[in-house]
Design a protein around this ligand. Structure first.
Ligand SMILES: Cc1cn([C@H]2C[C@H](O)[C@@H](COP(=O)(O)OP(=O)(O)O[C@H]3O[C@@H](C)C(=O)[C@@H](O)[C@H]3O)O2)c(=O)[nH]c1=O
Length: 183
């Protein structure tokens, strides 16, 4: 596995190191010891999967508050998507900065999203399937969200959002002077 820091404090891209032969290849997709060695959360009690039928579908931006905050390991196993993450940790040098990362079935790339980030993805093709372990169980009472089109974030997407849930369209905008969502 090849670990590459992103420009966002604590977020990493992780690429496979395939060992090829006449059958195809083998590679580790996850390794607890390697994650711990890089200082990443290494315990994932739940794995999520989702399927989105249409290009231009946006899910997020989501997080869980407080103790329920999750690390996520995003991977696209069908189609192509753009992962969108925002650092919501007030003490972080990259507070309120965002990153866009293309993950696809072809590049087999994973994105490590640390606790204290909001997470979303936008499908760039039809028929996108995503599989991602999360480090905390689902806690509906702790659910929070940020609008992908919040002007304070300045996220510019390469294609129009054409499919989105009512929940994600209606998250509150970040208020000027409000305390950070995460310390
Ligand atoms: C996230 C989640 C949802 N659900 C339920 C709630 C709801 O009835 C249905 C669909 O939920 P949502 O609309 O929140 O699904 P979705 O918009 O796909 O939510 C996901 O988005 C991405 C970007 C993330 O980062 C994930 O953590 C998760 O928040 O599934 C669970 O039962 N367990 C879970 O862990």
């Amino acid at each position: 596995m090849i670990f590459e820091k992103t420009h966002l404090n604590g977020a990493w891209l992780i690429d496979l190191e395939p060992r090829g032969d006449h059958r195809g290849f083998f590679a580790r997709a996850y390794d607890t010891a390697e994650f711990a060695r890089h200082g990443l959360v290494a315990d994932y009690p739940q794995t999520n999967t989702s399927f989105s039928a249409f290009r231009g579908t946006l899910r997020g931006l989501h997080f869980q508050h407080g103790e329920a905050a999750e690390a996520k390991l995003m991977r696209c196993i069908r189609g192509t998507m753009l992962s969108i993450i925002v650092d919501l940790r007030g003490g972080s040098p990259t507070y309120l900065q965002h990153g866009l990362f293309e993950l696809s079935v072809e590049n087999r790339r994973q994105l490590y999203v640390p606790p204290g980030f909001a997470n979303a993805f936008l499908t760039l093709t039809d028929d996108v399937e995503v599989v991602y372990p999360v480090s905390q169980p689902y806690a509906p009472g702790a659910e929070g969200g940020v609008r992908y089109d919040d002007p304070r974030l300045g996220i510019r997407l390469p294609i129009e959002v054409t499919t989105i849930s009512d929940k994600d369209r209606n998250w509150p905008l970040l208020a000027e002077g409000a305390p950070p969502i995460f310390a």
